[in-house]
Design a protein around this ligand. Structure first.
Ligand code: SME
Length: 152
């Protein structure tokens, strides 16, 4: 386990290490999934290069999901891609615009990765715990997503 305020440096090491973008994103998923106990599903959705305003599922760790493509504005992921804002949902059961991956998921955080003002990808994390995300989780994950711009 790594405390949330200590996760940025090891992720910076993954970013600057060798490997393709896909491999690095997968290592970031594995690291966050292993090191932060409340992060039960960790993945990236990428801006679809073929279809405007569409998200494509990228590397992830956790249960497989049916949501391999999501339109902007749809679900928590699509709303984050559309607005360029972080979405913190402490109880997904209270959300109407939400796409369920699994009934065990209770909460979700989605952080956009924005390069030169343009949405390029997002980090999506699901938790089986209700209200697990602190302001510190949000701010550190936002810093990580700023660091990840380097590989886009
Ligand atoms: N719950 C997301 C869909 C993606 S899965 O969590 C992997 C949403 O509402 O956009």
């Amino acid at each position: 386990m790594t405390p949330i305020d200590k996760i940025r440096a090891p992720i910076q090491d993954i970013i600057t290490d060798k490997g393709t973008r896909e491999q690095k994103l997968m290592r970031v998923c594995e690291f966050l999934h292993t090191e932060v106990p409340v992060f039960d599903w960790v993945g990236f959705y990428l801006a679809d290069p073929q279809k405007e305003k569409n998200l494509i599922l990228g590397p992830f760790v956790g249960e497989p999901t049916d949501h391999t493509e999501i339109g902007y504005g749809v679900g928590i992921c699509g709303q984050s891609a559309d607005t360029l804002h972080t979405f913190v949902v402490q109880d997904v059961n209270k959300e109407s615009n939400y796409l369920s991956c699994s009934p065990t998921v209770q909460s979700e955080i989605v952080v956009p990765i924005i390069k030169d003002g343009t949405f390029v990808a997002q980090l999506d994390i699901d938790s089986h715990t209700l209200a697990p995300f602190s302001k510190k989780h949000q701010s550190v994950l936002e810093e990580v997503c700023q660091d990840l711009v380097a590989i886009f």
